[in-house]
Write a protein that binds this ligand. Structure first.
Ligand code: ES4
Ligand code: ZN
Length: 319
């Protein structure tokens, strides 16, 4: 039995497996520049974050209708359950869909048709986190928040993703302030490819409660001390880091050093259809490559609930 855990860093568009992509492409008449799933899988070789994002945005063009988003989430949930996931806080990228003419309501209503019944159907409670694309403008992020207002009962918080370098967190100060005023929780990707300063800025300027990735905090001792002192959770994604070449090989991942430093680390899957595994696969991979013992593995699972947005009693019940 896999350890019960919470998944805190998962892009729902990143769960789009090749088979479903081809099925949706056929259903919607969307052409794909690949003959079949094997040819598509061969394209899953990345040099960095941007080379992955190019394919990720290209492939998600098959998502067009509410039914598509429902099918996407319904494909993820049984996989998550099989991996021991009891609770998932799921990112989605509305701007990437709106740019293709797919309305906010189509995305949220479609996802919700699956997620609204995830506890009953799969034993996985779920929440949605709406991400802004940091390589789009601050105005676009504000418009996106405005478009989400009718759906805020289904969205627990906001995040910041896509190409990091050159798009520091402070660019999004205004939209994070507006989101906070609406009672939304705040997270942001920082320190994946970007420098440690972006982590500090996400905390100080955006007021985030969790850092997604945060890998590069290890370059700054004072920042590590602060993250430990303030108990700021980091949502690490080890297989993603290897595939996007943030680390050379898993055996050199800084996770053990991060845990030894006292950081509140969690292990997550990011874009599991692209990076070679779902969350338990990430747990097993770090255990095997880094020699983590059972106590460390339990700590990672426990951290995932502590770092979640579940209330205290909900958290206890989910473990
Ligand atoms: C992402 Cl791995 C990663 N980093 C930043 N943005 C993303 N969107 C989807 N996956
Ligand atoms: Zn991510």
């Amino acid at each position: 039995m896999p350890l019960p855990k919470a998944e805190l860093h998962l892009h729902i568009e990143g769960t789009l497996e090749p088979e479903l992509a081809f099925a949706l492409a056929a259903r919607n008449g969307v052409p794909l520049p690949y003959a079949h799933t094997d040819e598509l899988r061969k394209a899953y070789q990345f040099d960095d974050l941007q080379s992955f994002l190019n394919l990720y945005y290209e492939l998600m063009a098959v998502l067009r209708t509410e039914q598509d988003f429902e099918d996407l989430a319904n494909a993820y949930l049984p996989r998550a359950a099989a991996q021991g996931v009891r609770h998932a806080e799921i990112f989605f990228d509305p701007q990437a869909h709106i740019a293709r003419g797919v309305a906010m309501g189509t995305v949220v209503e479609g996802l919700w048709r699956a997620l609204g019944r995830s506890t009953e159907n799969h034993g996985v409670s779920t929440q949605l986190i709406m991400c802004f694309l940091r390589d789009e403008s601050a105005e676009s992020a504000l418009e996106t928040l405005e478009a989400a207002k009718p759906y805020l009962d289904r969205i627990i918080g906001i995040g910041l993703d896509s190409a990091e370098v050159g798009h520091p967190p402070a660019k999004f100060r205004e939209v994070y302030e507006a989101a906070a005023a609406l009672g939304l929780r705040r997270v942001a990707h920082a320190g994946e490819e970007g420098p440690p300063e972006y982590i500090t800025e996400a905390l100080d300027v955006l007021g985030v409660e969790r850092i997604d990735h945060g890998l590069r905090c290890m370059e700054d001792d004072a920042l590590v001390e602060r993250l430990v002192r303030e108990r700021v959770p980091l949502t690490l994604c080890p297989l993603s880091n290897v595939r996007l070449r943030a680390v050379d090989v898993l055996a050199e991942h800084p996770l053990p050093a991060m845990l030894d430093a006292g950081l509140l680390c969690t292990v997550n899957s990011d874009d599991p259809a692209y990076f070679g595994g779902y969350v338990a696969d990430n747990f097993h991979a770090v255990r095997d490559a880094l020699g983590l013992d059972q106590e460390r593995m339990r700590e990672l699972a426990r951290n995932s609930f502590v770092a979640s947005f579940l209330e205290h009693d909900e958290e206890r019940r989910a473990r």
